[in-house]
Ligand binder design. Structure first.
Ligand SMILES: NC(=O)c1ccc[n+]([C@@H]2O[C@H](COP(=O)([O-])OP(=O)(O)OC[C@H]3O[C@@H](n4cnc5c(N)ncnc54)[C@H](OP(=O)(O)O)[C@@H]3O)[C@@H](O)[C@H]2O)c1
Length: 268
């Protein structure tokens, strides 16, 4: 069985690719810049850009299953290309954001809902992975931790259930190598609820030096984030944090049910 991984340079895509290789699968990978990939010679690489769905045609030739990111500028056209190639199963890295009743009104929720809808309309068997906030989002704090030993945040009491990248990849690999998750849409969370303040403290404990939180106004935070991100993402991140204050996010048992193991902690 041959599996194509879109975005092998990505955090999740790369982990999925390694997991499939570990299981001895025949794996292919796409990237917009495949010359920058550093992969074992056994992995065939292809140049493909989701903004030009036809660019996936060569990579999809004789492929059985596909791992896709939901960052798809033309999801309907890309999924039509996938279906026409005879792919049997698409595993889409979706998001828990689509389960919000207001997902369709939201920039992030609506674009991922559109990708899920395109998969359904293409009529290809599917698995939608719906993770919550990635624990690795905290890597964005690395510069201020190195420079100031502190993390500036507007909503330090925002409560999350951060998930380890590898947990998402573990479930993707199970979906891509068997039929147990056909038609499933597991919500994936980490094993614990942690505020952003608690995440900063955990990083400090692991580093062996206390870190502080610098409380910012939303406008100050927007200005900081805008140095690195487009405004639409700045607004999305701020909204997510604002709405997570005083929340009580559900912890999912899907990872344990699917893999038989406990999810990795934020500390891990
Ligand atoms: N961060 C969170 O809290 C969170 C929560 C839930 C869901 N998600 C979803 O998770 C995804 C991010 O995962 P990640 O951290 O693994 O991302 P990442 O490390 O940024 O990797 C993204 C990959 O997608 C590929 N890609 C991007 N645009 C592409 C295009 N137009 N055509 C072809 N390939 C393209 C890139 O490949 P090349 O650059 O090599 O082409 C790259 O390998 C997003 O879709 C996000 O919505 C994130």
């Amino acid at each position: 069985m041959s599996v194509l991984v879109m975005g092998a340079s990505g955090a999740i895509g790369g982990a999925v690719l390694r997991g499939l290789q570990g299981r001895g699968m025949e794996v292919r990978a796409t990237s917009r810049t495949p010359e920058r990939l550093s992969l074992p010679g056994s992995v065939r690489t292809f140049a493909a850009d989701a903004a030009e769905p036809a660019s996936f045609s060569d990579a999809l030739d004789s492929v059985d299953r596909v791992f896709l990111y939901a960052d798809l500028p033309e999801p309907e056209a890309l999924l039509a290309t996938v279906a026409a190639a005879g792919v049997q199963h698409v595993v889409l890295l979706s998001s828990a954001a689509v389960t919000s009743p207001r997902a369709a009104d939201d920039f992030n929720g609506s674009r991922i809902l559109r990708a899920e809808r395109a998969v359904l309309e293409a009529g290809v068997a599917h698995t939608f992975l719906r993770p919550c906030e990635f624990a690795s989002n905290a890597a964005r704090w690395s510069w201020s931790i190195k420079a100031e030993g502190a993390v500036p945040l507007p909503y330090p009491d925002a409560l999350q259930t951060p998930i380890h990248d590898q947990d998402i990849a573990d479930v993707a690999v199970i979906a891509l190598t068997g039929d147990s998750l056909l038609g499933a849409a597991p919500i994936l969370t980490g094993p614990e609820r942690l505020t952003l303040r608690e995440q900063v403290a955990t990083i400090g404990e692991v580093l062996g030096r206390p870190l502080s939180v610098i409380e910012q106004t939303e406008a100050e935070s927007a200005a900081t984030l805008a140095a690195h991100l487009p405004d639409v993402w700045v607004q999305q991140i701020l909204k997510g944090w604002r709405e997570a204050v005083g929340g009580n996010p559900t912890l999912s048992d899907e990872y344990a049910r699917i893999t038989g193991r406990s999810p990795r902690t934020f500390r891990t």
